[in-house]
Design a binder for this molecule. Structure first.
Ligand code: HEC
Ligand code: HEC
Ligand code: HEC
Ligand code: HEC
Ligand code: HEC
Ligand code: HEC
Ligand code: HEC
Ligand code: HEC
Length: 447
């Protein structure tokens, strides 16, 4: 009797599982048919409201859903088989062409190209800088730029291809959320561009957080909701031409250190990289237009003369930083020229700061830190009113680097000079012998 019940139970389980499998298969077929044949949003939500409930809830809070009647299908298409082709900037352009045009005119749109074509990307691992799926390095921040379609296809990239959702995080895609400086803090932090840290502890950040009239990042960089973020000095704090002659001489040294100027002339990198991705303002007009606009922005809350004083003071900080930088670069170039530190294999220019930390020499590394971290902090904070960064993390850290480089230079040259003391000893010995002989001769004569 006991044996029979076990057998019966097994039979029931088997029949039931078979039936389930069949009905699940049928349901799946039916759903596939529904999805591919209709644009009704509930078909996606049928599964996704339980499968990925967070996504559906976020989207239901979005203005696009509540006011705009937009559905999953509008961005993802109605073919679930295509679920791996993520919505790109072209998807958003279908309904927001004006914002996309605006964004394309600014620097965020160029972020991917500027990163992937940076010399360091040719030697770094694909995972960090390149076209690997998953975005775990430089690429994670630089997806604020447009990844060209052929690159997406070539590497079969299936995610992080939409630049708009870096600020308007999905799936609520809120304008209000994007207005919070925390949004910018995802990327504008840390080693070489800590604008968020500078702003948040400045008087203006304090005034914004307290709600007493201070400006947010967006108030200065996205005035009236414009999406074409760009500044006059840019990330590298460079401009060309330059009317101040002493400053121009220092600038030329800096251009040498990034492989843009060599043997008395500009290199191919000027047009092939710097101009192509708008890395620096290369005409007086483009610089002055942006500069004037930036000053005007401040005048919504400050007097013209106050603002002029602030910009002049910030320029003085940058000029001082460039002077220190030029001195360090000159030393390191000569160390390479004199063969006292190794030239990096395969590099056309030594040093070349656009190879970041990939150098074979700790002297190059120190110069890189001085340039990209300390110099950036000094001038960026001068424009973001944070004196702590200007001096302690900026100018004073540059001074420390400069001292280290000078000391290494002196030591390397002293080491190389081990030949000189031998000559000195020989010369000394000859002199002593000559003197002794002369003294004997004199004594003999006297005697
Ligand atoms: C039959 C249930 C079902 C329906 C209906 C459905 N999905 Fe899915 N969808 C899934 C499942 C399950 C996954 C997860 C697959 C996985 O984990 O790889 C998924 C994954 C996705 C992904 C992510 C793909 C990826 O690789 O990250 C997207 C996008 C997506 N669905 C969009 C949609 C859209 C748009 C619709 C409506 C047109 C829809 N889905 C309808 C079940 C469904
Ligand atoms: C089918 C058309 C359509 C597509 C495609 C579309 N949108 Fe929208 N979007 C709308 C409409 C309509 C509104 C306006 C809703 C309203 O009136 O508030 C809107 C509003 C917005 C807003 C403002 C939200 C707010 O809080 O006020 C943002 C941000 C936005 N969309 C971003 C995007 C992004 C990013 C994409 C691409 C991933 C995209 N949209 C794709 C139609 C679309
Ligand atoms: C934490 C986010 C983040 C990471 C990681 C990151 N970047 Fe950036 N990168 C930025 C931001 C933000 C800027 C713009 C800063 C500014 O203008 O002050 C920038 C600027 C640049 C620029 C200058 C572009 C121009 O036109 O001015 C280059 C080149 C660059 N990054 C390359 C890289 C490379 C290569 C890596 C990896 C080794 C990397 N970045 C890692 C956020 C990041
Ligand atoms: C306004 C456009 C838009 C709408 C509407 C939209 N999505 Fe998305 N969705 C995106 C974007 C952009 C991404 C990210 C693409 C990328 O990887 O760059 C994404 C990614 C996804 C992913 C994969 C990434 C993840 O986080 O797992 C799923 C799943 C998904 N969407 C489901 C849905 C569902 C379900 C709906 C409807 C409830 C929906 N989406 C509505 C734009 C949209
Ligand atoms: C650097 C961050 C950032 C990026 C990247 C970004 N946005 Fe925005 N977006 C904002 C901010 C901030 C606002 C709010 C502006 C305001 O109202 O002052 C906004 C507002 C909007 C609005 C609402 C406009 C209105 O008049 O209400 C739309 C639509 C929009 N963005 C679409 C897009 C699209 C499409 C993209 C991709 C091309 C994009 N955004 C990329 C920050 C960003
Ligand atoms: C996902 C990362 C990311 C987010 C989020 C982001 N940025 Fe950026 N931003 C970058 C990168 C990378 C660059 C450099 C692009 C280039 O120059 O090629 C950049 C460049 C800029 C520039 C131009 C600097 C120059 O060289 O002239 C400004 C201004 C700027 N961002 C402001 C903002 C503001 C304001 C926000 C927030 C509303 C923001 N960014 C959000 C990554 C980001
Ligand atoms: C009071 C206005 C103001 C605020 C607030 C502000 N900035 Fe700036 N920002 C400036 C000025 C001025 C410059 C230098 C402009 C130039 O190069 O001509 C600048 C430059 C930049 C640059 C280019 C590199 C640099 O630092 O010189 C980036 C990127 C940037 N800001 C991002 C941000 C982010 C992110 C925030 C918020 C965390 C922010 N800014 C807050 C005024 C502001
Ligand atoms: C939306 C209004 C607003 C804008 C725009 C604005 N500021 Fe301010 N700023 C303030 C407020 C509020 C304070 C705090 C006043 C105080 O320190 O008592 C402040 C403070 C300052 C301070 C004093 C910092 C300190 O530590 O004492 C300087 C310098 C300054 N701003 C320069 C600028 C410059 C330069 C610009 C343009 C790049 C600018 N501001 C744009 C509102 C603004």
């Amino acid at each position: 009797m006991k044996k029979f019940s076990i057998l019966f139970a097994c039979l029931v389980v088997t029949v039931l599982s078979l039936a389930c499998a069949v009905s699940l298969q049928a349901a799946d077929d039916a759903l596939t048919i529904q999805i591919t044949s209709t644009k009704a949003p509930q078909n996606c939500e049928l599964c996704h409201s339980t499968g990925t409930a967070g996504i559906v809830n976020q989207f239901h809070n979005s203005a696009m859903f509540t006011n705009g009647g937009v559905t999953c299908v509008d961005c993802h298409g109605d073919h679930h088989a295509d679920k791996t082709s993520a919505p790109t900037v072209d998807t958003c352009a279908k309904c927001h062409q004006d914002k996309v045009d605006d964004y394309m005119a600014g620097k965020h749109s160029k972020a991917w190209d500027a990163m992937i074509n940076c010399p360091v990307s040719t030697v770094s691992s694909d995972v960090l800088t390149g076209l690997a799926n998953g975005m775990k390095g430089c690429n994670q921040c630089h997806t604020v730029g447009v990844i060209p379609n052929d690159q997406i296809a070539a590497k079969g990239i299936t995610s992080d291809v939409n630049p708009c959702d870096t600020c308007h995080v999905r799936h609520q895609f809120s304008a209000e959320q994007a207005k919070d400086p925390e949004t910018c803090a995802q990327c504008h932090i840390g080693f070489d561009h800590p604008q968020y840290e500078m702003w948040t502890d400045s008087a203006m950040g304090t005034a914004w957080k307290a709600g007493v009239g201070g400006p947010s990042c967006q108030d200065c960089h996205m005035v009236d909701g414009t999406h074409n973020n760009i500044t006059a000095w840019g990330f590298l704090g460079l401009r060309y031409p330059e009317s101040d002659e002493a400053w121009l001489a220092d600038r030329v040294e800096i251009l040498k250190s990034i492989g843009v100027f060599a043997n008395g002339d500009f290199t191919d990198r000027l047009n092939g990289y710097v101009a192509k991705y708008d890395v620096a303002r290369l005409t007086e007009e483009s610089f002055n237009t942006l500069y004037a606009q930036e000053k005007k922005n401040c005048q919504r809350c400050h007097s013209a003369s106050y603002v002029e004083t602030q910009f002049k003071a910030a320029e003085t900080v940058l000029k001082q930083a460039d002077d220190m930088m030029a001195e360090a670069i000159d030393i390191v170039i000569k160390l390479h020229e004199d063969g006292l530190i190794v030239n990096n294999e395969g590099w056309t220019y030594n040093p070349d700061l656009l190879y970041f930390f990939e150098s074979d020499s700790t002297v190059d590394d120190e110069l890189f830190k001085m340039f990209l971290s300390y110099r950036n902090r000094a001038f960026q904070s001068a424009f973001h009113m944070n004196a702590d960064y200007t001096y302690w993390y900026g100018i004073s850290a540059m001074g420390e680097s400069l001292n280290k480089i000078k000391e290494i230079d002196a030591n390397l040259r002293a080491d190389k000079g081990t030949g000189t003391p031998v000559f000195t000893y020989i010369a000394l010995a000859v002199a002593i012998i000559a003197l002794t002989v002369a003294a004997f001769a004199l004594l003999k004569k006297k005697a």
